[in-house]
Design a protein around this ligand. Structure first.
Ligand SMILES: Cc1ncc(COP(=O)(O)O)c(C=O)c1O
Length: 449
């Protein structure tokens, strides 16, 4: 006589029961023997402790709201309203919400790019940011980025230590780094807090993720409060169980899991590289970064072909990739990769007609727009709808984000420049989903009086 009201599955609609009956069996609430996600003393506490030990963290917190929840909690744990935070401009859009929620003031760091691809932040950019904003309380980096390009965290951590800023890392795509010397270095040894999306790389259920605390400088009580503020009070146990099971697998055979992922990825790379240029570890290294080779980026712009057309041709062979952009296509190899898929790709490539030429209908991504308001100010100001072309020169009330990869082009409070308008119009007509622009092509702008 308790929730969830489906009573272990019997109360689900028949079709849902058929599909998810065994899931529902484990979909329980805080019953005796179970635990409380926010005040754990039993099985969740034990599972989190084991996760912390494996990732050599002081504490680990399971996230029922994905890495997105972790990003919000991470910032809220260390930043007060008005605190400056240096932010690499490849951050996921969940950071925009975190900036509204906390009232922290972002100071953006430029991100290197190549062939239209966002790489990462350089130590030089961090150094300049720290000099320019000496009052910064935190440095927020996304490493690796979506395409697996990791920043030089060892060099950057030295600067963070010298200046005393908190180093917060969105490592959503890098939970597996700790298990192979053939991957970029994990963030753990360098940062105060980091967030990992275990559903993205380790095979947990969506949106299972974990936040690790690596330093005693972080106020744990405040971190726990922040985690409660951004998550459900009804934690999904099947999701939490999947996190614990993934942790167990990684503890027992993490090196083998990742070795296999890398081996499969390298085989797939060889097949793809016979036809297209790929972003390689060597190239990333030359540019001062490290590459996770399980992220395979086909550099379609460099090849002179259109990535959207290539993505569609692959889809006709039932090959679904992670990210399709005009300048690049990204394939991800995870623990669920089936070696047969490589042969399928090879066969598809062999039969593939010539791919339409890259016709540059997307202008180069616009530079950093001028800041008119902080994200939090923008949230509370009155806003209005405007057609995208008419919004040029106005301040954005909501982030404008090509999705995926989910990296805001414009943060709330920033000016929608003519270059942004041109880019987004072209992106939309090329079929890119843009969050922040509705079906009628309207955006929210700050209604200035
Ligand atoms: C870099 C980065 N951080 C955070 C997130 C959010 O992760 P989640 O889906 O686990 O909330 C994403 C999602 O794509 C991401 O790419």
């Amino acid at each position: 006589m308790h929730v969830p009201a489906h009573g272990g599955g019997a109360g689900l609609p028949a079709d849902v029961r058929e599909a998810f009956g065994s899931y529902a069996h484990y979909d329980l609430t805080e019953l005796p023997g179970y635990d409380d996600l926010f005040h754990p003393t039993g099985i969740i506490a034990a599972a989190q402790q084991l996760a912390a030990e494996l990732w050599q963290a002081e504490a680990a917190y399971f996230l029922a709201g994905g890495a997105s929840a972790g990003v919000r909690a991470m910032l809220a744990a260390v930043c007060n309203p008005g605190d400056e935070v240096l932010v690499g401009r490849n951050a996921h859009k969940s950071l925009a919400d975190a900036l509204v929620f906390t009232g922290a003031v972002p100071r953006y760091l430029p991100v290197e790019s190549r062939d239209g691809l966002l790489l990462n932040v350089t130590p030089q950019a961090v150094r300049e940011g720290l000099v320019r904003y000496p009052r910064a309380k935190a440095l927020y980096l996304t490493s690796p980025g979506y395409n697996g390009v990791a920043a030089d965290l060892a060099a950057i951590a030295g600067m963070a230590r010298e200046t005393g800023v908190f180093l917060l890392v969105d490592e959503a795509h890098g939970a597996h780094f700790r298990f192979s010397s053939g991957l970029p270095q994990p963030a753990g040894p360098f940062c105060d807090l980091c967030v990992q999306s275990w559903h993205k790389t380790l095979g947990a259920l969506t949106p299972g993720a974990v936040l690790h605390c690596h330093s005693s400088r972080v106020d744990r009580r405040r971190l726990r409060d922040a985690l409660q503020a951004v998550q459900t009070t009804s934690p999904p146990y099947p999701l939490l169980a999947s996190l614990d099971a993934v942790r167990r697998r990684m503890a027992l055979s993490g090196e083998n899991v990742v070795r296999e992922m890398l081996a499969q990825a390298r085989t797939l790379r060889r097949v793809l590289a016979a036809k297209f240029p790929l972003l390689t570890a060597e190239e990333a290294k030359q540019l001062g970064f490290a590459l996770d080779e399980t992220r395979i980026t086909i550099l379609t712009a460099r090849a002179g072909i259109d990535g959207l057309a290539l993505g569609n041709l692959l889809a006709t062979c039932n090959i679904e990739t992670e990210l399709i952009q005009s300048h690049a296509v990204l394939a991800v190899v995870g623990p669920g990769y089936n070696p047969d898929w490589t042969e399928k790709v090879a066969a598809c490539l062999q039969a593939m007609p010539p791919v339409r030429a890259f016709n540059m209908y997307l202008p180069p991504p616009p530079g950093l727009p001028p800041v008119r308001y902080t994200p939090r100010e923008a949230w509370f100001l009155p806003s209005a709808a405007a057609a995208l072309p008419d919004a040029a020169g106005c301040a954005a009330a909501a982030p404008l984000v090509c999705y995926p990869p989910g990296v805001p082009l414009v943060y709330p409070g920033e000016e929608i420049t003519p270059a942004v308008v041109e880019y987004l119009l072209a992106a939309r007509s090329a079929g890119v989903i843009v969050h922040g622009v509705d079906e009628q092509g309207l955006v929210r702008i700050i209604a200035e009086v």
